[in-house]
Each structure stands twice: as structure tokens, then as C-alpha cells.
Design a protein around this ligand. Sequence first.
Ligand code: B12
Ligand code: SF4
Length: 448
Amino acid sequence: MTTDRPHILLVNPWIDDFAAYDVWAQPLGLFMLAGMLRDQGFRLSYIDCLDRFHPRAPRSDPYARHGRGPYLKTALNAPPGLEDIPRRYSRYGIREAWLYEDLTALAPPDLILVTSMMTYWYPGVKATIAALRRIFPHTPILLGGIYATLCQDHAERTAGADQVVPGPIDAHLADRISQYLGVGYRPDFDLKDLDAAPYPAWDLRRRLTYVPILTSLGCPFNCAYCASRFLQPRYRQRRPEIVVEEILFWHRSAGVRDFVLYDDAFLIGAETHALPILEGIIRSGARLRFHTPNALHIRTIDPTTARLLARAGFHTIRLGLETAVRRKQDGYDRKVNLDEFVAAAGCLRKAGFTPQNTGAYLLIGLPGQPLEPVVASIEAVKAQGIRPILAYYTPIPHSRLWGEAVAHSRYDLEADPVFSNNAIFPCQPESFSWEWLSRLKEMTRMAA
Ligand code: B12
Ligand code: SF4
């Protein structure tokens, strides 16, 4: 690497919310981009506003809960319109003064790339960009990621970046980077070929307590409440042997044991994708743990798959059930029915999975959704020895349910993404109350 190459600063912004926790959440898109840029010889720096292991942060056990853990937080006023929510609003991540110190210590960058995740976290993105501007007033700032893609217009009006760059990494992005840096940037691999890309530059992180893995991009389904199809229009899988190589690379070079699958659809076409990956991991003899917070497809779990998941070290299993009581009028998705769930649960139990590490997501707070089917679903899941986990619905622009969500919400969802926060149940049914929520949560408890 030559030092006269431009210097690019990558930034993971603060989160402003009623609650946030590091549930194995890393900005994978930004690290993929970092891997590609470093491969071209750019000098990179990384600032993580969510760094749980910042030298000035109180000490915490990095390996507790397989890498998960709490962010630091600083109390904030709730955004206008949300003052009546009976929960404290905070900025999650490092203290503002530490960010200024860390930025001041850096060599001035030629370009800053900021990522974004949940749409309703944008106030944290905006505050991060304002801090970057204060220290580096002349450096162009590009904003990409999920919020930038789902709410491009809002981001252009609000976030304070020089340019909002929606969508996946493609040739246009390479052109824009070249334009800002005044040097030709042309990755020497095919951007459409997932197997050809360099690994995400995870080594830029202070501590590698876990590593996210993406074995495929996108999803062949198109559930009404989800934006996966808009974010990644084409479903693509990586070659199994390349995925296994990447996992073993991080294990052998950095001692990583916990791996987190970020796929939307890991088990689709399992015969030629997931099963060879699991077999490759088993063959390697490495003692690893895998977690699937983003949920596995239930329909594809048969005795062989369950057995291989267990033998490969899958530890935290989450299943995308959404409801066990399908009503004709809902039509939200047709991913799985109750019989298929019961069959999959049986396979998982037989393979040794217990309620301690196996949970099924149940969606609550959908527009017009009554609470009775949620209660019935909780019971149906528990009856199978699986832990019900309530997933609060967040309305997502460009999903098929967005229009209905806008019509049902007590907030003006189109005016401000903060109103899409799932913690406030923006589309709550008539029968909903905070007391009801506590009762539902109580019902999900399983006997030890
Ligand atoms: C992995 C994942 C998670 C992980 C954590 C990820 C994280 N970093 O926080 C887990 C499983 C924990 C999770 C949880 C939740 N998630 Co989630 N998650 C995803 C998922 C499947 C993939 C995101 C990802 O890493 N993609 C892969 C990378 C490569 O893509 P990318 O980040 O988009 O980046 C690309 C571009 O944007 C670009 N890029 C990225 N940064 C930058 C920066 C610059 C400058 C540029 C130029 C380009 C660029 O490059 C990348 C490559 O193409 C997305 C769906 C999806 N298909 O995208 C949902 C998604 C983001 N999640 C969503 C939701 C709703 C949730 C939950 C609220 C679910 C719930 N009800 O509990 C929780 C929230 C928990 C939390 N984070 O605190 C929604 C977002 C909703 C919203 N309003 O914004 C999504 C879109 C799924 C959906 N239902 O449609 N999630
Ligand atoms: S909810 Fe899951 S299965 Fe449905 S489209 Fe989204 S990622 Fe695919």
C-alpha cells in the first residue's frame, strides 16, 4: 500500500432510540466496502460511534453472551411528537467528547463514508455527520446504507451529507468515489460476483468478539412487511466452499469462535448451499458457534438439516414463524404453516436444540392485527418446546404493507421516519395497551 493514496474515513454512526443493544449488530455493508477499497490500496481509518470497547468506556467482558452486550448511553429529549412515550430516549454509543478527541487525532481524510441502518435511527446519523463536519469542514461526506436507501429523499433533505448514495455497491458507487477523490477507482473484480469480492475488513474493528457472515444476498420471498426485495432485488448465493474458507480464515487468523449469519434466506436451496456449508464446517473440525438472529426458514428444516446444524455448532436458532394462526384476510406471507412448524420443531428437538437457545419470532403490532391470534400463537409455539419471541412490527417504506401502515398509524409516518420506531407500536391495534404488552411478554416465559 502506498501512502500517497487517498485516505478514506469510514464511520458507523450513533443510534438514537428508546432502546438499543448490540445484538450482534455490525455494519456489514460498510465493512464490505472497506474490504474492496483497501484491496485497491486506499488508506482507511474507521470510527465506530457504537464501540463497546472504546479505551475510555467502562470495562466489560467482550465474550459475555457470545459477543453481545450493552452500548453506553446518554439521555436525550425524545423527538417532537414522541414526548408522551413512557420510555427514556437516549443516544447509544460513545460519548460525544470521545468522538471529537478521536476525530481530532486522525490525519484529515480525503473522503468520509457514513453508513446507516434502521430508518428511525436517522437522528443519530444526522448528529454524527454534524460532528464530522465540525472537525473536517472541507471533507466530502457520502451517506449510504439502509436508511439512505429506504428514505433517500428524507436523507437528502435532513442528514447533512454531501451526497446520499442509495442501493448496493455497484459501478455507480465506484464512479462517485473516483469523482470525489479525483483518482480512478475501478475494482479489479466483477462487482456482481459475490465470490470474487475481498472479505469485509473486519480487522479494522477494535475487538473481533464475533464476525457476521453473509452466505447469500436478498430473498426469493416477498413478504408484505419486509423490504428485502427492494434492498436487494436479486437473490444470489455464494459458493459453499468460499463461505467455509472465510469462516475458517477469521477463526484461524483472529481466533473468532462466534459467527452470526446475516442471510435473509440461508436454508433456501439447502441441498446445494447450506448443507455443503455445514458439512464443510464439520469436516474442518473447528469448534465454532453460530447464531441466526435474522431467522431461518422453517419449511426447509428436516431431520438431516437439523442434525447438521447441531453438529456444525449452531447455538442460537431463531425461526421466522411470524404467526401460528393464519387468517385468510391477512395474506402477509405464505412462508410456513403450523404443521410445517410442528414438524421442524420436532426435528430440532431431536437434534438436541432446547428452548434456551431456540426461539420463534412472532410479529405483533401489524396494522389491524387483533391480539387474540398473538396469544394463540404464543401457546402453539410453547407447546412445541420452542421459546416465543415477540418481534414488534416496524413499518418500512417500499414494503408492500407500507400504504396500509400509513393509513392505520396514529402518526404521520410519511412525514418523519422516527414515527416508524417499533418501540412505539405505530400501528397498534385498538385493543393494545402497554399493560397488554407486559402481559403478552409474561406469557412468552417458559418454565426453566
Ligand atoms: C442483518 C440484519 C439484522 C441484524 C443486525 C444488523 C445490524 N447491523 O444492525 C439483526 C438480526 C440483529 C437485525 C435486527 C433487526 N432488524 Co434487521 N436486517 C438485517 C438485514 C437482513 C441485512 C442487513 C445487512 O447487513 N445487509 C447486508 C449488507 C451487505 O447490506 P447493507 O447494509 O444494505 O449495505 C449495502 C448498501 O447499503 C451499501 N452501503 C452500506 N453502507 C454504506 C455506506 C456508504 C457511504 C455507501 C456509499 C454504501 C453503503 O453497501 C452494501 C452492499 O451492497 C436487513 C435486510 C436486508 N436484506 O438488507 C434487515 C433490516 C435492516 N432489519 C430490519 C428490522 C425491522 C430489524 C428489527 C427491528 C427486527 C425486529 N422487529 O426486531 C431488528 C432491530 C434490532 C437492532 N439492530 O437493534 C429492517 C429495517 C427496518 C427499518 N425501519 O429500517 C430490514 C430492512 C429488514 C426488513 N424487514 O425489511 N437485523
Ligand atoms: S420476511 Fe424473511 S422470508 Fe419474508 S421477504 Fe423478508 S427476508 Fe424474505
